[in-house]
Ligand binder design. Structure first.
Ligand code: TNX
Length: 511
């Protein structure tokens, strides 16, 4: 609270010293104003002179079908210990929500306009998603004590301003490997809340690997009855029930986030092979070197030693049944088929089949970049991680190059319990922010956390935050070339991360 008041005084001082004529460049105005620290950086921001004081009693008016958004804003005001009433089809409220599809050309699917002036707050967008993101920006203008419900001030002031904002990329993702160490529905819901604050919209779950299978399937119960019990050494086991998976997707959808399930095939499959041993080749030649064999579970770190038996026709029935049920359970349009780190003469043949199986169930397949060696359909999206694959066609790409996006790597050089095979010195905030996105086929960015060495909630928080905030900015903002300026805004988020109960890594940039 203290720092909020300090920031406010600083703001009043800067406005009175510099003045804020509309001809001044927005970046200069923003630099002069320490209270505006919105992340991701909005596309256009103009700060006006003065502040708007939010009264104790508020009216939220909305047009069209914006009731859900009005309720969301209502919740935000209630969290700030303010009163508010919702009123339809009137523009008399001091908070006005205008959802108007004709703004689609100007703002796109996810853009918004936020105006704060002496009359109050107006939020306009072509869609619910746009309004949602506008509310996230407004949320970041309110004191961080809002996040834990401890904000109880009679004098909540927000800067008068005009923002017009829309994202650079449609794909702004986070990936969590829940297969090596299990992270369940409670952690994942918190994670969705945190992602939403930073306008991220894709949560990719790496649901299966050698150590564990984390999604219940009715047609294949042993996958979780047996494979769900495994984990990496000292990691947690468990799985998402069908009910959990449905609930999680609904929760995500309410936050405009799509869940992407990954069933990693044909390698990284020991948890499936121990659950249904008949899927192995008769001589177990598909396990090489044999790090475990049924009925033992595998809790080690080695990768690339297990694969489905690609000469066995039963394998393809298994794959089709699994993708059928996963497709039926998944509300989003994408299914990730894995496809990483495996050698087999039939690999490309398998990937072509998996691609067409997934499409036959009406979903768009995604695979780790190796899949693009195969003659797959143009629809298949490739996820770049080491940049070593020469693609067979120019498919769309999700950028996760490990030097910039692998958050299981160290926050700073030498951090314990981190991978370092991609970059010895770690993947620092500055490494992430310095990523240069020059390739045209990129639809967005995604930051994976592999969890061989990440076995508690605190460790996962530490790997994700604050680095995921830099990823969010790369995904949303048109440019990201001034790390110093980003760091200045980031500092302002430290208290908010604390209020959200996040065990973030204490990066120097936060102090
Ligand atoms: C490579 S990157 C993997 C994962 C491991 C990670 C960390 C990629 C597509 N696959 O299976 O967890 O390295 O060791």
């Amino acid at each position: 609270m203290k720092s909020y008041i300090k920031n406010l005084l600083l703001f009043i001082l800067t406005v009175s010293v510099f003045g804020c004529s509309s001809s001044r460049s927005t970046s200069l105005i923003r630099e002069a104003n320490p209270t505006i620290a919105i992340i991701p950086k909005p596309q256009f921001l103009k700060v006006e002179r003065g502040m708007y004081r939010i009264p104790k009693n508020n009216i939220i008016s909305y047009s069209g079908s914006a009731l859900v958004s009005a309720e969301l804003l209502n919740t935000l005001l209630l969290k700030a210990n303010l009163n508010s009433k919702i009123s339809q089809n009137s523009d008399r409220g001091n908070f006005r929500i205008v959802e108007d599809f004709s703004l689609i050309m100007e703002l796109g699917e996810e853009g918004y306009i936020l105006d704060i002036n002496k009359e109050g707050v107006t939020l306009k967008a072509a869609s619910e998603a746009g309004i949602f993101y506008g509310i996230q920006s407004l949320r970041q203008l309110l004191p961080s004590s809002l996040e834990d419900g401890s904000l109880n001030s009679k004098n909540i002031l927000i800067p008068k301003l005009h923002i017009q904002d829309s994202p650079k990329y449609t794909w702004r993702g986070s990936m969590i490997d829940v297969a090596r160490s299990y992270f369940g529905i409670d952690y994942l819901k918190d994670h969705l809340d945190r992602m939403a604050l930073y306008k991220m919209n894709r949560l990719h779950l790496h649901l299966t690997d050698d150590q564990g299978w984390r999604l219940e399937l009715k047609s294949k119960p042993q996958l979780t009855e047996i494979g769900g019990n495994g984990s990496v050494k000292n990691g947690r086991s468990g799985y998402l029930s069908i009910e959990d998976y449905k609930k999680l997707q609904t929760y995500a959808k309410e936050r405009h986030i799509v869940i992407i399930p990954e069933i990693d095939l044909p390698g990284h499959t020991y948890a499936a092979l121990v659950s249904y041993p008949e899927l192995n080749c008769e001589d177990l030649s598909n396990l090489n070197p044999k790090m475990a064999s049924p009925p033992e579970l595998f809790d080690g770190y080695k990768v690339g030693w297990s694969k489905l038996c690609l000469t066995n026709p039963e394998t393809y029935n298994f794959v089709a049944e699994v993708f059928k049920e996963v497709s039926e359970l998944t509300i989003g349009p994408w299914i990730h088929i894995g496809g990483d780190e495996i050698k087999d003469d039939l690999y490309e043949n398998f990937i072509v089949k998996a691609d067409s199986i997934v499409r036959s169930f009406g979903k768009t397949p995604i695979g780790w970049e190796e899949v693009s060696k195969a003659k797959v359909s143009k629809d298949l999206i490739s996820q770049r991680w080491n940049g070593k694959t020469i693609p067979h066609n120019s498919s769309k790409v999700i950028e996760s190059i490990c030097t910039s996006f692998y958050l299981d790597h160290a926050n700073i050089s030498g951090q314990e319990h981190t991978n370092n095979w991609c970059k010895k010195s770690g993947v620092t905030l500055e490494d992430i922010y310095g990523f240069i996105d020059k390739e045209e086929e990129i639809i967005g960015v995604e930051a994976p956390v592999w969890t061989e060495l990440v076995i508690t909630d605190a460790m996962l928080d530490n790997r994700l935050w604050p680095r995921l905030i830099a990823v969010a900015e790369i995904g949303w903002s048109q440019s990201h070339n001034d790390f110093k300026e980003f760091s200045t805004r980031l500092k302002d988020h430290k208290l908010r991360l604390k209020a959200l109960n996040i065990d973030f890594f204490p990066s120097a940039e936060l102090d």
